[in-house]
Design a protein around this ligand. Structure first.
Ligand code: ZN
Length: 396
């Protein structure tokens, strides 16, 4: 960290920079304390690294979560310089005593106060959630920025994300899910916009890589809403996922076995199973999996014209969660969003593709008995027809 409290209660900031000589004198004649935990900290003036304050080994201070790494320190400083360049009057490591927190950088933008947290290595999700809520208490919004080295790119529009990477997912004011990242080594911003999970780890995203000087705050606030991938790419992913599920030898209670016990086959499912919805990120289970369970539990055995309620669906879903067949995703920055959102979105898509008819906000009717293809050729025909007819609506 770049600031510490002195014996007289005043804070010493290391930026703007002081001369080495002045700092060496300070180090000899002064004691320094962490503004958060009040523990004694040491002023480090080595030649290899930037001057900074460090906790002693074995500290329990939450400030100590990786915050002293070079990657983190240079990232924080560069983000501060970037905001300075944009004339947003940033403050490095301001301490807010009322919530006992200190963001990496704080700034004002259009009369709103922002805290910026740059995080490169694991932090418990509940701590992220707690810090975010605390900032809200003092009317400050927080922007969590992931260390860019974490991002594992799998292709032009595809990334592999760990649970930790997903912690940074937030919903933009424009309504799309995104993760902002910064890499101080390459001096680039990396924006993953419109994240659309395919499997638990892999997701499609609009990937933008923007050099330090060209990046504007507006880009953070208005990530695009359009899917980056084509229906062809999506179909390919779902097909290979189906193959994988079928090949993997798994426990007797898994999805493939359960399908089998109903006389169903994963590669012979109706084409509306395994389609993208906007908030799929809220579930850790892939769309193909949770949509298959929903089909088995609620649609497969129903007759044409049968009526059921959204609550029926929600209960079934909750049971699957309890039994560990489905998993919600831990998203500390989105704790206000219900895991039922993607289910609701999916039901509305089923309405648009004429599988369901909504009678009122809480009740649906199955329009006709769902056709389950009985061989591959029929499955392919149905799929082709389906995507041809609804492509624009599903992949806009
Ligand atoms: Zn501390």
């Amino acid at each position: 960290m770049f600031s510490a409290v002195q014996k007289d209660g005043k804070t010493l900031y290391l930026f703007p920079r002081h001369s080495r000589k002045w700092l060496q004198e300070k180090k000899q004649n002064e004691e320094f304390f962490c503004p958060e935990c009040k523990e004694k900290v040491v002023l480090k003036l080595g030649r290899q690294r930037m001057e900074h304050f460090a906790h002693q080994k074995g500290t329990h201070c939450t400030e100590g979560f990786e915050r002293e790494s070079d990657y983190h320190m240079s990232g924080k400083l560069q983000l501060y310089q970037w905001l300075e360049e944009k004339k947003l009057n940033p403050v490095l490591e301001p301490y807010y005593p009322s919530i006992r927190q200190r963001p990496d950088v704080a700034f004002f933008h259009e009369q709103k106060s922002y805290a910026l947290e740059f995080q490169c290595s694991a932090i418990p999700p509940d701590l992220m959630e707690k810090r975010t809520k605390q900032y809200r208490r003092i009317q400050s919004s927080v922007l969590w920025i992931l260390g860019g080295k974490n991002i594992n790119r799998k292709g032009e529009r595809k990334v592999a994300l760990t649970n930790f990477d997903y912690f940074f997912a937030a919903k933009s004011p424009a309504g799309s899910w995104f993760i902002p990242a910064y890499c101080p080594a390459a001096k680039i911003f990396i924006l993953l916009n419109n994240l659309t999970p395919i499997t638990t780890k892999n997701a499609f995203a609009n990937l933008s890589i923007i050099p330090f000087h060209q990046f504007t705050l507006e880009r953070l606030f208005a990530p695009s809403h359009k899917y980056s991938f084509s229906s062809e790419e999506w179909k390919r992913e779902i097909r290979s996922q189906k193959l994988n599920l079928q090949m993997r030898c798994r426990k007797p209670h898994d999805l493939v076995h359960e399908l089998y016990s109903l006389g169903l086959n994963i590669s012979l499912l109706p084409p509306f199973i395994g389609i993208p919805v906007r908030s799929a990120i809220l579930l850790e289970s892939p769309p193909l999996i949770w949509q298959t369970y929903l089909f088995m539990d609620h649609l497969f055995s129903r007759k044409a014209g049968e009526i059921f309620t959204v609550n029926d669906i929600f209960h079934g879903f909750a049971r699957r969660l309890d039994e560990g067949m489905l998993h919600a995703r831990i998203l500390p920055l989105a704790s206000d969003y219900s895991q039922l959102t993607p289910i609701m979105e999916y039901l509305h898509v089923l309405e648009k593709v004429r599988v369901l008819e909504s009678l009122n906000t809480n009740t649906f009717k199955l329009i006709q008995k769902v056709e389950v293809p009985d061989h591959v050729v029929r499955q392919q025909n149905l799929e082709e027809q389906f995507y041809k007819q609804y492509e624009k609506m599903l992949f806009f």
